[in-house]
Design a protein around this ligand. Structure first.
Ligand SMILES: [Zn+2]
Length: 313
């Protein structure tokens, strides 16, 4: 197949936006408090504020760091501070400054807080991956302050990669929720849908969370049948993408359908259309007036492009 615009890594697999972080995560060093403290002292601090990342730049954005003396006074006592990894010799940390209502004003000389999804198309690819990791971890802390087993307040550990319960001694680790996202195909056509929660001109691939006790292939077939009433046969893996909104791992697949007959779930799907390859490409490249497809940083764009540009067998 012709490769779409996601980079291809050394082993030939796809490396899509939000992935491809250059950091060495050094997970074995996380419990070493003295090592972490020394790296924090000399490290770069990336602040996060109410689900917004901190960036700098004009047309091309980069992750912006802030000097210690400017950023630490903004963090509440016990605020999450997470070791992300080493960029060469330099350590990177993410710090939650959500408690400071004036954080944007206080740090305006160093950059600005922006929504990650809207900024993604303009961010350097490596910085998008780093900020994706930072956002995913900080938001996990924000949502997991209390033990899911006994309800007691938990304490941060392992340089921000664990929370421990002082009452029942449970240990809690950052979550990643697997979700399947699939391009359903039938011969030379593919199925794109408009979800009820999307704006009516937006069409994309179907998707859904993998449920307990389910394989990726089963989740793909179940979601397609539930949402569009189509029976899928062969399911093949394409690529995956971290999607920190708030903590998904999108598992991209192609699913060959046995028939084009649709029975849409009226609670989920407003409309679904079979697109031929040219029309699908026109949609994602913005060439159809009144309709639009997934943005280029999303795995849905790459699924559609990979399939639509594949040479005929
Ligand atoms: Zn507990």
């Amino acid at each position: 197949m012709v490769r779409s615009r996601g980079a291809v890594s050394n082993d030939g697999s796809m490396m899509l936006p939000f992935a491809g972080s250059p950091l060495n995560r050094l997970s074995e060093k996380r419990p070493d408090a003295a090592w972490i403290a020394a790296r924090l002292h000399a490290g770069r601090i990336l602040p996060l504020w109410k689900q917004h990342v901190f960036v700098r730049g004009e047309k091309l954005l980069g992750a912006a760091s802030v000097p210690h003396e400017a950023v630490f006074p903004l963090a509440a006592p016990g605020a999450a501070c997470v070791f992300l990894g080493l960029d060469g010799e330099e350590a990177l940390f993410a710090l939650d400054v959500s408690a400071a209502e004036n954080a944007g004003e206080a740090l305006k000389d160093h950059g600005e807080f922006r929504e990650l999804r809207a900024s993604a198309p303009f961010l350097r690819k490596k910085d998008l991956a780093i900020l994706s990791q930072a956002k995913g971890l900080i938001e996990w802390h924000v949502r997991h302050g209390f033990c899911s087993r006994c309800g007691a307040a938990t304490a941060i550990g392992d340089a921000g990669h664990k929370r421990s319960c002082p009452r029942c001694e449970a240990e809690h680790f950052p979550r990643t929720d697997p979700a399947v996202i699939m391009l359903a195909t039938h011969g030379e056509e593919c199925l794109l849908a408009c979800n009820k929660n999307w704006s009516p001109e937006f069409y994309s691939t179907l998707a859904g969370f993998v449920e307990p006790g389910e394989s990726i292939e089963e989740a793909v077939r179940r979601e397609l049948f539930e949402e569009a009433g189509v029976a899928a046969g062969k399911v093949s893996y394409f690529a995956s993408q971290p999607w920190p909104f708030p903590s998904s791992l999108m598992i991209g697949c192609f699913a060959e359908c046995e028939s084009k007959a649709l029975t849409l779930d009226p609670n989920e799907i407003a409309d679904a259309i079979w697109f031929d390859k040219k029309t699908a490409l026109d949609l994602i490249e913005g060439r159809i007036e009144g309709r639009r497809g997934p943005m280029r940083v999303a795995i849905a764009y790459h699924l559609i492009r990979e399939w639509a540009t594949a040479p005929l067998p």
